[in-house]
Design a protein around this ligand. Structure first.
Ligand code: SAM
Ligand code: SF4
Length: 325
């Protein structure tokens, strides 16, 4: 088992399979000088499987594929079908654009739930946020997933003054659709123009919703990052991921591997542990993994305590697109 010095058991691994993306979300991708990794630096399908297998042997029970945009990888189908051989639950986080191409692979891999990012229900605003004109196709794919009995979780990053006015519209969406909408606070990363004044706190989001809807609390699992609610009379549900205003570090069970094969023990941590070079050299990487767990900080990668004090440009970290959500 992968237990850190704060007694947290790490059984959930998020693997970024590419740093490339077909969107340019303003809160994620740095505006300038973004270059994607050349093929030889990306983990191959076989390397992803080998790493996954090592982590499963160390107690990981759930693996999420992310990116960049995981579905831009041409071998996505093959990656997911190989991982399905392992005794794990597989998750995917995607912007949804290419989902129709991979639905069969996803179903064959026994994936039952999928996280799709959608920050606006308005075509024009979607375009402003993602800098791409793909709203209709993403919506179509969301509905396609629901029709195919996949449980869809919508990730909505709320940005003050940009899409906070749509919170109620997202709740309305759950009236007839059996989807789960998750409101996520805007987090600071390298090059994403973050400012504390752009954070729309989930406490205010909840109050805004409670003013119009009758909510009831749902049970949260021990390692859940979100606080879940049902809405009387609605087919779907909502939740709040309050990374900044109500941190959940004490129950963190997550590890991340970047698309260039570096292990990160925390989303906000600056420390990275190279796994791919030793793996390619045929070395035993277990001691490196164990060391990475031991070095995990208690909170927020040891980089800040209170988000209101954060100066984003002083944080030492990758951009979100290079970490993989
Ligand atoms: N491309 C895929 C997608 O958009 O779902 C997967 C990668 S993306 C980096 C993973 C998740 O991180 C998405 O839900 C995205 O909205 C979220 N995200 C990116 N930057 C963020 C930020 N600064 N604060 C909060 N969430 C962020
Ligand atoms: Fe791409 Fe996802 Fe980042 Fe948007 S949030 S730029 S879709 S990786």
């Amino acid at each position: 088992m992968l237990v850190d010095t704060f007694n947290r058991v790490h059984d959930y691994l998020r693997i970024s399979i590419t740093d490339a993306c077909n969107f340019r979300c303003v809160y994620c991708m740095p505006e300038e000088n973004i270059t994607f990794l050349k093929q030889q630096y990306l983990m191959s399908n076989e390397e992803i499987f080998s790493l996954a297998k090592i982590f499963v042997d160390l107690g990981v029970t759930k693996i999420r594929l992310t990116g960049g945009e995981p579905l831009v990888r041409k071998d996505f189908g093959s990656i997911v079908s190989k991982l399905a051989l392992l005794p794990i639950k597989i998750g995917i986080t995607t912007n949804g654009l290419l989902l129709d191409n991979y639905l069969e692979d996803i179903k064959k891999a026994d994936i039952v739930s999928i996280n799709i990012s959608l920050d606006s229900l308005r075509k024009e605003k979607f375009k402003t946020i993602t800098q791409r004109d793909h709203f209709d196709q993403v919506m179509k794919n969301i509905l396609l997933c629901i029709e195919n009995n996949l449980y869809v979780k919508l990730n909505v990053v709320t940005l003050k003054g940009v899409n906070d006015s749509e919170i109620i519209d997202f709740v309305h969406l759950t009236k007839n659709l059996p989807i789960h909408v998750r409101f996520i606070e805007y987090m600071p990363f390298s090059g994403n123009n973050w400012d504390k004044d752009k954070v729309f706190s989930n406490q205010i989001a909840l109050q805004t919703i409670e003013n119009q809807f009758s909510l009831f609390k749902l049970v949260d699992e021990k390692n859940d990052t979100d606080k879940k609610f049902g809405i009387f009379g609605h087919a779907g549900t909502i939740s709040f991921i309050s990374t900044l205003t109500d941190t959940f570090c004490s129950t963190c069970n997550r590890l991340r591997i970047t698309s260039d094969g570096k292990l990160k023990n925390c989303l906000f941590g600056k420390e990275e542990f190279d796994l791919i070079t030793p793996l390619r050299n045929g070395e035993n990487i277990v001691p490196i993994i164990v060391n990475a767990i031991v070095k995990k900080h208690e909170k927020l990668g040891g980089q800040f305590v209170d988000y209101t004090q954060v100066v984003a440009s002083t944080l030492e970290n990758r951009s979100m697109i290079k970490i993989g959500g």
